[in-house]
Ligand binder design. Structure first.
Ligand SMILES: [Fe+2]
Ligand SMILES: [Fe+2]
Length: 151
């Protein structure tokens, strides 16, 4: 079985990082003041490292794009209880809608974005290894960032 192509994954990620449509994420904050841009980058790297550790062969392009755009909701969550609760459940759908307008996404990439808050969104289930990895890496990175860790 072919191994994951690290050069290809980080090449795609680097192109995304330089894309002005993705750089918009620098304007929004989450997890103790970290920018959404940095959070998404951390999730992309963590999900790829996780795939390597598990020995899972992944689609590098779908993983990089899905992870980097998973929080493309383009607002900063307010510190109000009702807004926070709605955000938890609704932002993956909004992120997917916004990202689909800006990029031509595959079905797999859309599912990575839409399902990243599963199981909080029971009907939007991760349907690929890549979606499962981003769903797990997002929780791992959010937890670390809330404890003040920055990559
Ligand atoms: Fe999210
Ligand atoms: Fe996230």
């Amino acid at each position: 079985m072919r191994k994951n192509d690290e050069k290809r994954f980080f090449g795609i990620l680097r192109d995304l990082e330089q894309d002005p449509r993705v750089r918009k994420l620098e304007c929004y904050r989450q997890h103790k003041g970290n920018t959404t841009f940095r959070h998404c980058r951390s999730v992309a790297v963590a999900s790829f490292r996780m795939a390597q550790r598990l020995g899972w062969r992944v689609d590098e392009r779908a993983l990089a794009r899905g992870a980097m755009l998973h929080d493309y909701h383009l607002y900063t969550r307010q510190n109000k209880l009702l807004h926070s609760l709605r955000h938890l459940v609704e932002h993956p759908k909004r992120a997917c809608r916004n990202a689909s307008r800006a990029f031509a996404l595959s079905g797999k990439e859309r599912n990575i974005i839409e399902s990243h808050m599963w199981p909080l969104t029971p009907l939007r289930v991760p349907r690929s290894k890549e979606a499962l990895l981003v769903m797990l890496a997002d929780k791992y990175c959010a937890f670390r960032e809330m404890r003040g860790h920055r990559d």
